[in-house]
Design a protein around this ligand. Structure first.
Ligand code: G6P
Length: 372
């Protein structure tokens, strides 16, 4: 009802505006004096030092959050991570042991594909952790431990604020695992914790500063047949998420690619007028992929593509290469994706709205898919 939307035109618009809060609430109370304080993880704490592998299981948007978790866990805890679509997982012969930590990510906690994969992993002796947004849902009940995201109820079918909360929870887990294995001390974790805690404010400014412009761009693009998204490293899951939102909400053919893969195929798709979003990594980070991504932009623009870059404030190189630049504040390499994703959520929503579609209830989709 209109009252529940609290004056917002859609639940989705309301929920995107709540992304900063979703991150803040998921962090609240869980970082104290340079350490993670997460009592819910206690059942698994004895095994954290011994696990030799993490497998993340999820579907849809949650799967892309899982991909971000892989970057963080591998970087901060040095444990190899596989991210798997739940429905693919148990239909091969996955290798699991009691030293495998299986982390399921599900907003609803009811997705049947993920539930069945968790049960399978559990029966095979793996330890299971559920990252979930709904208290008391089925997947958490079937798991050894639960790390709740505190995004608040998400009503719109396509996930937005739950995605940033899921990534935040996975980053907390990565910090926890890094501590358990003696790789992170309060001193070495401090810059990471500072980055995490400053995200909500930065994200707030991204949404405030870019939404109007993105809405205009979406209106102009209302008759677009296809949109491509490029990203590299942590920007890659964001490209996939941007594409998924456009399919789900605006029924437009969209694909996300790893920018490095462009020359191995996708560049053949580029025709004059093709709209391409590019998530650009900061040029400030050591070993930055920035020049490579800027050269990708130049290659596709030379073939007539229309490029909207999402890039850090002050990144001057993108101005001359892209048609349009959406700015995000400065952040550490692992944290940029949580700022870059909101403009893509807004774009999908605004394009759907420009086409007169119901952004909260897209056709053929369900908020939680409780059949396999
Ligand atoms: C459905 C929704 C997606 C969501 C996916 C996973 O397919 O349409 O938006 O990402 O389920 O949902 P979960 O509740 O497991 O996160």
């Amino acid at each position: 009802s209109a009252a529940e939307k609290g004056g917002w035109p859609s639940f989705m618009k309301k929920e995107i505006s709540e992304e900063p809060e979703a991150i803040a609430n998921t962090l609240r109370g869980r970082l104290v004096d340079g350490r993670t304080v997460i009592p819910e993880l206690e059942p698994l704490e004895p095994v954290f030092a011994d696990i030799d592998r993490v497998v993340v299981l999820a579907c849809g948007t949650a799967y892309y959050a899982g991909m971000l978790g892989k970057y963080a866990i591998e970087a901060w805890a040095r444990i190899p991570v596989d991210v798997e679509l739940s429905h693919e997982f148990r239909y091969r012969e996955p290798v699991l042991s009691e030293r495998t930590l299986v982390v399921s990510v599900s907003q609803s906690g009811e997705t049947m594909d993920t539930l069945m994969a968790v049960k399978y992993a559990s029966a095979a002796g793996a330890r299971t952790l559920s990252i979930c947004n709904v208290q008391g849902a089925t997947i958490p009940r079937e798991s050894d431990a639960i790390l709740y995201t505190h995004a608040g109820p998400e009503v719109a079918v396509a996930s937005t604020k739950a995605f940033v909360a899921q990534a935040t929870a996975l980053y907390l887990l990565a910090l926890k695992l890094g501590e358990s294995r003696g790789l992170l001390t309060p001193e070495s974790a401090e810059p990471l914790i500072d980055e995490l805690t400053s995200l909500p404010e930065k994200l707030q400014s991204v949404i405030a500063d870019s939404s109007e412009r993105i809405a205009e761009l979406a209106k102009w693009s209302a008759d677009t047949q296809s949109v491509l998204f490029l990203g590299r490293n942590v920007g890659y899951p964001i490209a996939l998420e941007g594409a998924l939102k456009l399919k789900e909400l605006a029924y437009i053919h969209a694909e996300g690619f790893a920018a490095g893969e462009l020359k191995h195929g996708p560049i053949a798709l580029i025709e004059p007028g093709q709209l391409v979003f590019v998530v650009v990594p900061s040029p400030r980070h050591t070993g930055s992929l920035h020049p490579k991504v800027v050269s990708n932009i130049q290659e596709i623009r030379a073939r007539g593509a229309r490029v909207i870059a999402i890039a850090e404030l002050g990144d001057a190189a993108v101005v001359s290469s892209a048609d349009e630049v959406i700015r995000i504040p400065l952040a550490g390499p692992m944290f940029e994706p949580l700022l870059a994703v909101a403009p893509l959520h807004v774009f999908g929503m605004e394009l759907a709205a420009a086409k007169g579609l119901d952004v909260d209830q897209p056709r053929n989709l369900a908020k939680s898919v409780t059949v396999e």
